[in-house]
Design a binder for this molecule. Structure first.
Ligand code: GUN
Length: 302
């Protein structure tokens, strides 16, 4: 049976964070006579990316943040996308710029990320923001790790000395997550597809963070009893009814939730865990960018 007290409710945490951000965006609007503004660029028709972008725009609207959505066809040239970004970089009414990833293969993600003005890089992917995070002096922290970090700080009084194992070494999650936790005095192990004895590493983790994109790969045999589990994976499983041929999709994480919930101390569900926090952190970074770009002080909430 599911034990609700073991669930880390990301949806609730996201609502709490947005409640703190709302008065700040309101204050900004009164002072500068416009809302903080986020530009979101989407190239192509990837169904998951379309849903993520829609949710980002809807959340912005609800939180007094103006959004500009720029949808471009899949065959958009790199040059055209760079031009769009240069226009947004120059536009003093735009505070944050987000290019939804992944991009089509003919466009260099590296080049695109580097073309965004670091002071508008609300994803925190630009090398300058990445470097500042690594040095322990961040401006903009990538939204997914920032959301995980927020929940961990709320759940645990103390992060000092905790053994953390991260599965996945991406620039979007694994690497920035490691950097944040290292700065909070955790002992961090980053594992990946070539790691030997993954189970052995995981079974030593007080905190296990999985971002590998392998549906329900991690079961209770990987888990140290009483560990905290953060599941970053969002995998769409296709369920087909053999009789009716009807297809349905189910969202699952990297963690086998039913297997792990009984042995762990607490766990984030999918959906309703990390996903809503990622979007709330994007709102946080956008409002922060809006204040900083007017040379106004912004006291970090996270
Ligand atoms: N694709 C998956 N996650 C993200 C994210 O956090 N930001 C952007 N821009 N693209 C993504």
């Amino acid at each position: 049976m599911q034990n609700i007290s073991k669930i880390i409710n990301g949806k609730q945490y996201a609502e709490n964070l947005l409640k703190e951000i709302f008065p700040l965006s309101n204050h900004y609007s009164k002072k500068f006579l416009r809302n903080p503004c986020l530009a979101v660029l989407l190239v192509g028709e990837d169904p998951a990316s379309k849903i993520y972008v829609k949710n980002k725009i809807l959340t912005a609207e609800k939180n007094n943040i103006t959004s500009v959505e720029i949808k471009l066809p899949i065959d958009t040239s790199e040059e055209h996308l760079l031009n769009e970004i240069y226009k947004l970089n120059k536009d003093t009414n735009v505070d944050g710029i987000l290019v939804q990833l992944p991009l089509p293969l003919h466009i260099s993600e590296k080049l695109i990320i580097q073309s965004i003005n670091p002071s508008k890089d609300v994803d925190g992917f630009h090398p300058i923001n990445f470097g500042k995070l690594l040095m322990g002096d961040p401006d903009f922290v990538p939204c997914t790790p920032l959301g995980c970090f927020y929940m961990l700080k709320k759940e645990l009084n103390e992060l000092d000395g905790k053994n953390v194992v991260i599965i996945g070494r991406s620039n979007i999650v694994g690497k920035p997550m490691a950097s944040l936790l290292l700065s909070s005095n955790c002992t961090v192990t980053v594992t990946h597809s070539k790691t030997k004895n993954l189970k052995e590493h995981c079974s030593d983790a007080d905190i296990l963070i999985s971002a590998i994109g392998k549906p329900e790969m991690i079961d209770d045999t990987y888990i140290k009893p009483n560990a905290i589990i953060i599941d970053v994976g969002i995998n769409r499983l296709k369920l087909e009814n053999a009789k009716t041929n009807e297809k349905k999709y189910k969202l699952v994480g990297d963690i086998n939730f039913e297997s792990v919930i009984n042995v762990s101390q607490k766990i984030t569900p999918v959906p309703g865990g990390v996903g809503p926090m990622t979007i709330a952190c994007l709102m946080h970074n956008t409002v922060k960018a809006a204040f900083l770009n007017k040379n106004e002080k912004f006291v970090n909430i996270i």
